[in-house]
Design a protein around this ligand. Structure first.
Ligand code: MG
Length: 280
């Protein structure tokens, strides 16, 4: 792991010393699971379960904060099984799916979420024409229930297609009171009013955390980083972790904002492991 500064390294040490008061929150794709061609195959890092079980009794809570539907990360993360193994530790694993619109806890095991936003059905009906008009008919449309994601990763010219689509999709989304969330070769359209930063605020408030770590890899994680900055100003111990994957080609939107940059999911797992060991 690479610390941004001596101060950042000190933040890590302080967090390790106050781990019992800390929430360990993390994104899923690109952070604990690799970015792969087929998003349905983005299984969690094979060591993640063991490391989370090891870390759990030493922290206040573990929380997945993701744009994916909670149901998908429960499956791809094997998180029901992690929850079974966690039960004895007394620590909860929380899943905040669809940018916090859905939540699940290891003690209740039910996904709680709102109804889809009103404009989404109309947006979806208009989407095929929008894609055709911008030469993006082959883009993969993923209906997520509360949102829709247009993936350009598998089209012949992923980045150019992404750039062609972003503004027209933003305009169409706004016309239906929806918002866009751009990511790595994916543009998601969803209800406004929720983001990962608000999830962080909710976690800190409801759990009474005195320290919080957040690990992420993409644009949608910036609000979470900003929330950590705001909590740091309030005196909380915070640590912003950027997961940099080989597919990022050495660049991530989060890199310059992070306290520590690690080597993809492998590096995130290693950091969690080192925290678990630092406190024992
Ligand atoms: Mg991600």
């Amino acid at each position: 792991m690479q610390f941004a500064s001596a101060e950042a390294e000190q933040k890590y040490a302080t967090l390790a010393a106050q781990l019992a008061e800390a929430v360990i929150a993390f994104d899923f794709d690109g952070t604990v699971s690799p970015i792969v061609e087929d998003p349905t195959q983005a299984h969690i890092h094979p060591d993640a379960a063991d490391v989370l079980i090891e870390l759990a009794p030493k922290v206040k809570a573990l929380a997945v904060v993701t744009g994916r539907p909670a149901r998908q990360v429960l499956a791809l993360g094997g998180l029901e099984e992690v929850a079974d193994r966690l039960a004895a530790s007394g620590t909860e694993l929380l899943v905040h799916g669809q940018y916090g619109n859905e939540h699940w806890t290891s003690s209740h095991r039910a996904i709680i979420g709102p109804r889809p936003p009103v404009g989404l059905a109309t947006f979806l009906r208009e989407l095929p024409k929008l894609l055709r008009d911008h030469g993006a008919s082959e883009a993969y449309v993923e209906e997520k229930g509360l949102a829709v994601a247009v993936h350009t990763r598998r089209v012949s010219d992923p980045q150019a297609t992404f750039e062609r689509l972003l503004e027209p999709m933003r305009a169409a989304a706004e016309a239906h009171d929806l918002t866009v969330e751009p990511g790595k070769q994916v543009i998601e359209v969803r209800a406004p009013g929720m983001d990962k930063g608000l999830v962080i605020d909710r976690l800190v408030d409801t759990l009474g955390a005195k320290a919080i770590l957040f690990a992420g890899d993409d644009l949608g994680d910036i609000e979470a980083f900003e929330a950590l900055d705001a909590w740091a100003a309030e005196g909380l111990v915070t640590l912003k972790v950027c997961s940099l994957s080989p597919s990022d080609a050495g660049e991530s939107a989060l890199q310059s904002l992070a306290d520590v940059v690690v080597d993809g999911p492998e590096g995130v797992i290693a950091l969690f492991r080192s925290l678990a060991h630092a406190s024992s």
